[in-house]
Design a binder for this molecule. Structure first.
Ligand code: GAP
Length: 535
């Protein structure tokens, strides 16, 4: 499947629209349409149900070191600015960008792909802002243009092996920018904090500056004590949160994959330090299985442990759950979720002040006068274990997923095409979304075969019986074949059709989206039949 096909289907069927489209759109922002809103809601609900509501805290699930509890929170998007100072986001949540003096465009430093090439004793680094194969092809074309060569003279170019990124090259003077014709038009890289700034209250100055949260996690850490004090939870336990996060990405791209406003589904799991490694392995495997169970099976999904040099400043271990999105080059994967062992970094930072690595441990960061750079809350966020009579700062395992990326991966995986004969027996291409029934926006559509002989009335009664149980759709317009095609593209697992036999014996046909198998059931039994098959 090509990404353009999925993007077109999402627009055509109402899964996703560009935000503010009638004004030309706003880069990095997306609106979910009538089907998309249901799909994303189903993703969130599948996550919340599996991780929180249906979790049995009296028995340890497979692979878990011991039983544990799960609970939830829904925190404010805007928090006290000190939260972001102590979490490290204020100083460290940075990307690097370069500007091009020729094209007046801005690029993320680590996303400019390029390759060294030599011709007539001149060696230059030719770049592209595409990824994968598209980048390689564009770089070749641009090198020919730069050296004023025709395609037939391409053997005069001597390429150094491999496409790499500009941040690995570390200089800009011998670089041809992604949209430039001349050499050396890119500026030196500069820092850019990804947090969106805003002001609270009427006065707009440094003292009223606040930030839109770039992750939901911090709301959980700062409420750790509130949750402990208001419940009877004991470590180990997890707190889950689903909510919007905001990052002013320099170059949002690849549909909803990298947006400026997106939704996260995060768990902060608090445990004893001596069992945290076992809990890390448990959550890594458990979260991977969640995607498999909802249909991302096979080689396109993988679990990748980070190399030690990739780990964040606080992390003792991180694994990414990744998916081979169709917009990536063959062999490349994009992150769906990170599962991180964060040690006691976050709770300690919010107690003591911003922490930095000091050998094998952390120490409060100080300024040039030896004073804490950012003070923590000073509140005691440690935990007292009655059984062992020990006090400790819990370690945290954080499975952090993106609802939009998960929805996009489910859509990519679901996109299917086959050929089916139409009413005249002519083979026609059929596009269908093979979504897991739990994720499908509409579970069943009901059609009268024709708009007469009392069929619409029977079909409307069936629709009325289905609607309170699960999302259903009624359609009587156009040829029945076209109505099936529309539902196939919406990912509706079952279609119920009222036909002339219904008038004779009271049965209807149910059609399966994936197998196209059709079978008859009494009309009063079809709600139960579909419910059972939805799983
Ligand atoms: N609290 C940890 C944290 O936020 P992250 O890897 O920066 O970790 C977690 O983000 C998840 O949030 C990612 O795996 C991804 O699914 C989603 N995410 C992050 N940035 C995103 C963006 N710009 N657009 C869409 N989803 C994003």
């Amino acid at each position: 499947m090509r990404m353009e096909q999925l993007v077109a289907l999402c627009k055509r069927r109402g899964f996703l629209f560009q935000s503010s489209e009638i004004y030309g759109g706003l880069n990095g922002f997306w609106d979910y349409g009538p089907l998309g809103v249901e799909l994303k809601r189903n993703v969130r609900e599948a996550w919340w149900h599996n991780m929180v509501t249906a979790h049995n805290d009296l028995a340890a699930p497979a692979g878990a070191p011991e039983p544990y509890a799960m609970t939830g929170l829904d925190c404010a998007v805007i928090m006290h600015p000190q939260v972001w100072k102590c979490s490290g986001h204020y100083d460290l949540f940075l990307d690097y960008f370069v500007d091009c003096r020729e094209s007046n465009r801005r690029y993320r430093y680590d996303q400019i792909a390029g390759r060294w090439v030599e011709c007539d004793a001149q060696r230059v680094f030719v770049t592209s802002y595409q990824s994968g194969d598209d980048a390689a092809a564009e770089i070749e074309q641009k090198a020919l243009k730069f050296f004023k060569l025709r395609a037939k003279d391409k053997d005069r170019l001597r390429w150094e092996p491999g496409v790499t990124t500009l941040d690995k090259v570390g200089e800009t003077s011998r670089v041809v920018g992604p949209d430039a014709k001349s050499l050396g038009t890119l500026t030196a890289p500069r820092e850019f904090n990804l947090m969106f700034e805003t002001y609270t209250g009427a006065v707009r100055d440094e003292s009223s500056k606040t930030f839109l949260r770039p992750e939901t996690a911090q709301g959980i850490f700062v409420n750790f004590k509130n949750v402990l004090d208001s419940t009877r939870l004991k470590v180990p336990f997890g707190i889950a949160q689903i909510g919007k996060s905001f990052r002013n990405e320099i170059t949002p791209r690849n549909f909803t994959f990298r947006s400026r406003e997106f939704e996260q589904m995060e768990i902060e799991f608090f445990c004893r330090p001596d069992s945290s490694a076992a809990w890390y392995r448990y959550w890594r495997d458990r979260r991977f299985r969640w995607y498999v169970e909802l249909g991302l099976a096979g080689e396109r999904l993988r679990l990748r442990d980070h190399d030690p040099d990739e780990l964040s400043h606080y992390s003792c271990g991180t694994a990414d759950i990744e998916y081979a999105f169709p917009f990536l080059a063959p062999g490349e994967f994009g992150e769906l979720e990170g599962v991180a062992h964060r040690g006691d970094f976050d709770l300690r930072s919010h107690m003591e002040g911003k922490l930095v690595r000091a050998g094998d441990d952390f120490a409060v960061e100080t300024d040039e006068h030896g004073r804490p750079r950012y003070r923590g809350s000073g509140k005691d966020l440690s935990y007292y274990d009655d059984e062992t009579q020990q006090r400790f700062i819990p370690h945290v395992i954080e499975p952090s997923a993106g609802a939009d990326r998960a929805a996009l991966a489910f859509l990519c995986e679901a996109y299917n095409e086959d050929e089916q004969p139409d009413e005249k027996g002519v083979a026609q291409k059929r596009v269908f979304l093979k979504l897991h029934p739990r994720l499908a926006p509409i579970k069943a559509a009901v059609f009268p075969l024709v708009k007469k002989d009392g069929m619409p009335e029977i079909a409307k009664d069936i629709y009325a019986a289905l609607k309170p149980r699960f999302p259903a759709f009624y359609d009587e317009k156009g040829a029945v074949g076209r109505r099936y095609r529309r539902q196939d593209e919406a990912g509706t697992p079952f279609c119920v059709t009222v036909d002339s036999q219904t008038l004779a014996d009271g049965t209807v046909t149910i059609r399966d989206r994936d197998t196209l198998q059709q079978w008859r059931v009494p009309k009063d039994a079809c709600a139960e039949e579909i419910r059972a098959r939805l799983g």
